[in-house]
Design a protein around this ligand. Structure first.
Ligand SMILES: *Cc1c(COP(=O)(O)O)cnc(C)c1O
Length: 421
């Protein structure tokens, strides 16, 4: 009584196509209109010696709200998580030839951030259950040149943060969290993003809470907070005023957030629990409805952790299921279940690493340290990318209860007929 697969001309299992989700509602619109009604100073920053060096009213109110929600001493808003990652590298003093341990399964910005300071990304593999840095391999990769570890809380699941922080502290390294995907995820009651020395959040349009473009760095350190603020806003111009001449080696940029964005971001932040719970509901149902299929393993959650399901990432075993991930993924797509196989390629496979050239023409900074980025460097990541990972990005879609049932039905339908596609 199997119905015909949509890829073979049958009816799709998802009878009502998923709508695109829009996180921006009346609250955000009202925040923007209220702000515009009050005045039209669209950026409250000045890159010079005066109180507005630290940002305008909306920016400062947003940062205070963020610090309260994430129970952190300092929040430094920026115009993207990419800017935040770069600011973090500058704040911890990464310089030419310093090694920074990063996972290869992440967005390129994680690995490019050290490079712009002449630092060398050292790729360490992920664990096959939660897809985050493997702490045993991290420890082995530490050399006298290592300065920092960037842990990525990938797909919304925390890396082994407490363990990595202890390792970093024992070795005199910084732990930086790329928490772009893992807002309000938790490890042992602590919020992801707040366990490392600096945590970076993204407010990009694709994330759980978003304002189009934006980001936030959090830190418990007064010193790192000041450095982040200097890097965000032409800090070289104010070191005499702030009487911190020892920081004259911090090159500043313009990573500032506008007042409109900050007003909207404060409204989005108020909805963070609702927006994450919306996604969790869908993913818990998907996992529950698909946990009995040999060869298809729904995402796992480590004991004590909260996963925010930026991605619902299942593992796919072609030998058991009887078809390739690519064919399965295409058949599923035709059933009306938007999905993708494999996330991004391991970062070291992009041409910049393959050719070992990033800045200038002579291979800087790769020429400072003899590292290679050959095939097989991180086998777990390569396997997940090429063969095993099958993903759905629930943040992007509006999915009601009936539709979740249809998504489950779509997977079961393709699964049962996998050998015929
Ligand atoms: C989205 C993302 C970033 C970059 O965030 P932007 O705010 O777009 O700069 C960095 N790292 C990871 C893991 C991401 O998912």
């Amino acid at each position: 009584m199997n119905s015909k697969l949509a890829i073979l001309g049958g009816e799709p299992a998802v009878k009502r196509p998923l709508g695109v989700f829009n996180a921006i509602g009346p609250e955000e619109k009202a925040a923007v209109v209220d702000f515009l009604d009050k005045g039209t100073v669209l950026s409250g920053f000045h890159g010079s010696a005066r109180p507005s060096f630290f940002g305008g009213e909306q920016v400062q109110a947003f940062e205070a709200a963020w610090s309260a929600r994430f129970k952190t001493k300092h929040s430094i808003s920026v115009n993207s998580a990419t800017s935040g990652l770069m600011a973090a590298m500058g704040a911890i003093g990464i310089g030419p030839g310093d090694e920074v341990i990063v996972p290869p399964y992440t967005m390129t910005a994680t690995a490019v951030a050290p490079l712009i300071y002449g630092g060398i990304p050292v790729f360490v593999d992920i664990d096959p259950d939660y897809f985050c840095l493997d702490p045993v391999l991290v420890e082995k990769a530490i050399t006298p040149a290592t300065k920092a570890i960037i842990a990525v809380n990938l797909f919304g699941h925390p890396a082994e943060l407490t363990r990595l922080r202890a390792l970093a502290d024992a070795k005199g390294l910084y732990l930086i969290e790329d928490n772009a995907q893992a807002v309000i995820a938790e490890e042992d009651g602590k919020l992801a993003g707040t366990i490392g020395h600096i945590g970076i959040y993204s407010l990009n349009v694709h994330k759980h809470i978003q304002v189009g473009e934006g980001g936030v760095c959090v830190t418990a350190s007064d010193d790192l907070a000041l450095r982040l603020q200097l890097i965000r806003n032409h800090g070289e111009n104010v070191i005499d005023w702030l009487d911190v001449k020892e920081l004259s080696n911090l090159v500043g940029f313009n990573y500032r957030m506008t007042e409109i964005t900050a007003a909207m971001a404060r409204a989005q932040l108020k909805k963070v629990d609702v927006l994450v719970e919306r996604v969790e509901r869908v993913c818990h149902a998907l996992t529950a409805g698909l946990s009995d299929l040999p060869g298809l393993t729904p995402p796992k959650v480590r004991t004590g952790c909260r996963h925010n399901y930026y991605m619902w990432s299942a593992r796919f075993d072609a030998a058991i299921i009887g078809t390739t991930r690519e064919k399965f993924s295409q058949a599923l797509e035709k059933e009306g279940f938007p999905n993708a196989g494999g996330y991004v390629r391991p970062i070291y496979q992009i041409p910049m690493f393959q050719r070992q050239i990033a800045i200038g023409k002579n291979g800087f900074p790769f020429n400072l340290v003899g590292k290679t980025y050959s095939e097989g460097l991180c086998l777990v990541t390569e396997k997940m990318h090429k063969k095993e990972l099958l993903q759905f990005q629930p943040v992007s879609w509006d999915v009601d209860e009936d539709q979740v049932a249809m998504l489950i039905e779509a997977v079961r339908k393709v699964y049962q007929q996998a050998e015929s596609i």
